[in-house]
Design a protein around this ligand. Structure first.
Ligand code: NAP
Length: 311
């Protein structure tokens, strides 16, 4: 029998880009009788209510989780221990607790020990997002045709895992179930290291003395601006990701720096063949990403080019 994606009360702890996108999706697909949230700042609660994405917004997370049969942590990973401790005594027996954090082993280590008897914790990560933050940035289609990785652990019952999978499928995601440590390794190379490289290259450009700020901005279409989109991502969220996925990020960064040194050597020794081979291999990977429906194949990432503008 397939599990139902429907819940009575969905409680979202935190209502930023991801939380408000889930709320919108739940509303649009009719997946809950009631959607509530908690948010620490009055402004965030006010905006969430004004947008109509939630029915109620609480200051304290323990008030939001009362009577909720699905609770989802939608805050930065660094907040998990404090919130888990706060909500644990107020969770309903039979509730499913989940999260959307970008690092999964830490999520399990930090939340699961607090879960009371009869509550199933099932960690998850929707691999979808933008560089924007806050409740107004969300949209119901964010998860459509994007992967949601579910990483079950000790207290995840099979029924809870199946129900959470059905929930994410109803939000439009393709669901994959995987071991948490493997998730962290895969995401280290596909998301975390690329973000670190973007933060670093934008920082380096900002520090250069021989090239002025205005030149960096004026000639950014040469490639730099595509890094600036990633480097505009939320500093709190990304600080927490690097601190909680330390081992996997350092392992991938080691591989990356070795490969960078090989490219450096190829340039120094005029080894055009090595450069050409490498760049041909990477071009094929982009083709595969477009074919898999994870990116647009339009020129210049689908940006409209006005006559006379640079490309
Ligand atoms: P966001 O837009 O910045 O929203 C974060 C929410 O968490 C806000 O409601 C914020 O409340 C709350 N919050 C922040 N610090 C808190 C604290 N110390 N205590 C209590 N609440 C706190 O962030 P987001 O992009 O939705 O990301 C949320 C989670 O989703 C993160 O764990 C991230 O790893 C994961 N994720 C993000 C993306 C992405 O691309 N953005 C993709 C996949 C997964 P206030 O507004 O009141 O400050």
């Amino acid at each position: 029998m397939s599990e139902s994606p429907n819940f009575d009360r969905v409680a979202l702890i935190g209502i930023g880009l991801i939380g408000s996108s889930i709320a919108r999706g739940v509303r649009k697909m009719g997946l809950a009788k009631e959607i509530v949230c908690s948010a620490r700042t009055a402004d965030t609660r006010r905006v969430a209510l004004e947008l109509g994405v939630v029915d109620k917004a609480f200051e304290h997370s323990e008030d939001a989780v009362k009577d909720a049969d699905l609770v989802i942590f939608c805050t930065p990973v660094g907040t998990y221990v404090k919130i888990a401790e706060e909500i644990a005594p107020h969770l309903m027996k039979g509730a499913i607790v989940s999260d959307v954090g970008s690092v999964k082993q830490t999520a399990i280590d930090q939340i699961e020990p607090f879960m009371p008897e009869g509550v199933s914790f099932v960690a998850a990560h929707p691999v979808a997002g933008t560089e924007k933050s806050g409740p107004a940035a969300g949209f119901a289609e964010l998860f459509y045709k994007r992967w949601c990785i579910i990483t079950p652990s000790k207290t995840s019952s099979e029924a809870a895992t199946a129900r959470l999978s059905a929930f994410w499928t109803a939000l439009g995601s393709d669901v994959e179930v995987m071991e948490a440590r493997h998730h962290d390794l895969v995401l280290a190379i596909t998301s975390h290291v690329p973000h670190l490289i973007a933060y670093n290259i934008v920082g380096t450009a900002d520090d250069l003395e021989e090239v002025t700020q205005s030149e960096v901005i004026k000639f950014s279409a040469g490639g730099f601006r595509d890094f600036t989109r990633i480097a505009a991502s939320d500093p709190t969220m990304w600080r927490d990701i690097f601190l909680t996925n330390k081992d996997a990020v350092l392992e991938m960064l080691g591989r990356f720096t070795e490969d960078l040194a090989a490219l450096q050597r190829a340039i120094r020794w005029d080894d055009g063949d090595a450069l050409f081979q490498m760049f041909s291999r990477t071009r094929a990977i982009r083709r595969q990403i477009i074919d898999a429906g994870q990116e647009t194949g339009e020129p210049d990432f689908g940006r409209a080019v006005k006559p006379g503008s640079d490309t």
